[in-house]
Design a protein around this ligand. Structure first.
Ligand code: F6P
Length: 323
């Protein structure tokens, strides 16, 4: 392997820049040529590909977002799109890829490897933490910290006015951010996509907290939850508990930005180096992750299957602490 292309794809995540920088620096260390593919697979199709030098990666480690930009490419889902992408890669002589993104992006890398044999290593770059083969995805820790910081502020005003807040956090189909942010912000309840919390049990909980003289309540709702959106749940609860002053806050894309935490910087740096070294060792069609602080390579097909579960013990702890 002599020329490696790096791209970020799907929803951006804090720490993506740190991962790109680590991969590119490691590439230079091993005398490889490193190429930036802009806007993910879209740039591969549009031939938006540039050779990187050390100036490209100066002062990016600490910045949120991704300087390579990101996109969700519809065209890459088609065989014609992938053919164009392959032709462009070959024209640049790129013989391997590092793909930083979530499950959709890694699925693209896997398909491309199957069809064209382009060696690829995926790095888990998503705030959702919904990939197997790594304890944490790049960006998850930062997103949880951002959510907690925002919820702390909501707590101040909720307490002043004795209000009940429903705070919606991101996570697509996974409740990892909700559980982490919920425990970290002393939430009264956490509603996640993996479980359907009956409205009656939520109401019982809120009633028991009223009896316990808890005047401010924050309920964390993960988007995409089976119980409904934060607004829908708030509307239902209002019917049963009309005396509550209820507000809804959707944290939204706020959670995707910001400087990465020290944890995400370390994770991204280790995995960026691991990606280059993995490719050099012939590890293809795998995702590099960190399990118990050690780099582990997991076949992409295994990493993207939906079997990473929210920790049952976290849910137990959340329940004990919100009683
Ligand atoms: O996958 C990351 C994520 O932020 C999810 O939590 C969320 O559901 C989705 O992306 C939002 O996507 P977009 O930025 O395209 O609206």
């Amino acid at each position: 392997i002599k020329k490696i292309g790096v791209l970020t794809s799907g929803g951006d995540a804090p720490g993506m820049n740190a991962a790109i920088r680590a991969a590119v620096r490691a590439g230079f260390y091993y005398n490889l040529d490193m190429y930036g593919i802009y806007r993910g697979y879209e740039g591969m199709i549009q031939n938006d590909i540039k050779k990187l030098d050390s100036r490209n990666i100066t002062h990016v480690l600490e910045r949120g977002g991704t300087f390579l930009k990101s996109a969700r490419s519809e065209e890459f889902r088609t065989p014609e799109g992938r053919k164009k992408a392959y032709t462009n890669l070959k024209a640049h002589g790129i013989d391997a890829l590092i793909v930083i993104g979530g499950d959709g992006s890694l699925t693209g890398a896997h398909l491309f490897y199957q069809e064209y044999g382009i060696p690829a290593i995926g790095l888990p770059g998503t705030i959702d933490n919904d990939l197997s083969g790594t304890d944490s995805t790049i960006g998850f820790d930062t997103a949880c910290n951002t959510a907690i910081e925002a919820i702390d502020k909501i707590r101040d005003t909720a307490t002043s006015h004795d209000r009940l807040f429903f705070v919606e956090v991101m996570g697509r189909d996974a409740g990892f951010i909700a559980v982490n942010a919920g425990i970290g912000s002393a939430a009264a309840a956490i509603l996640i996509p993996e479980n359907k919390t009956p409205i009656e049990s939520l109401i019982e909980k809120l009633k028991s907290r009223t009896k316990a003289m808890k005047t401010s309540n924050i309920v964390i709702v993960a988007e995409g939850g089976k119980s409904g959106s934060a607004q829908e749940i708030a509307d239902k609860v209002k019917k049963f508990l009309p005396y509550y002053d209820i507000k809804v806050t959707i944290l939204g894309h706020l959670q995707r930005g910001g400087a990465p935490t020290s944890f995400d910087r370390l994770l991204a740096s280790k995995l960026g180096v691991a990606a280059v070294e993995g490719l050099m060792q012939g590890k293809y069609d795998v995702m590099a992750g960190l399990i118990n602080h050690k780099v582990v390579f997991t076949p992409i097909v295994k990493a993207i299957v939906d079997d990473k579960k929210v920790d049952e013990d976290d849910l137990r702890v959340a329940n004990i602490l919100s009683t």
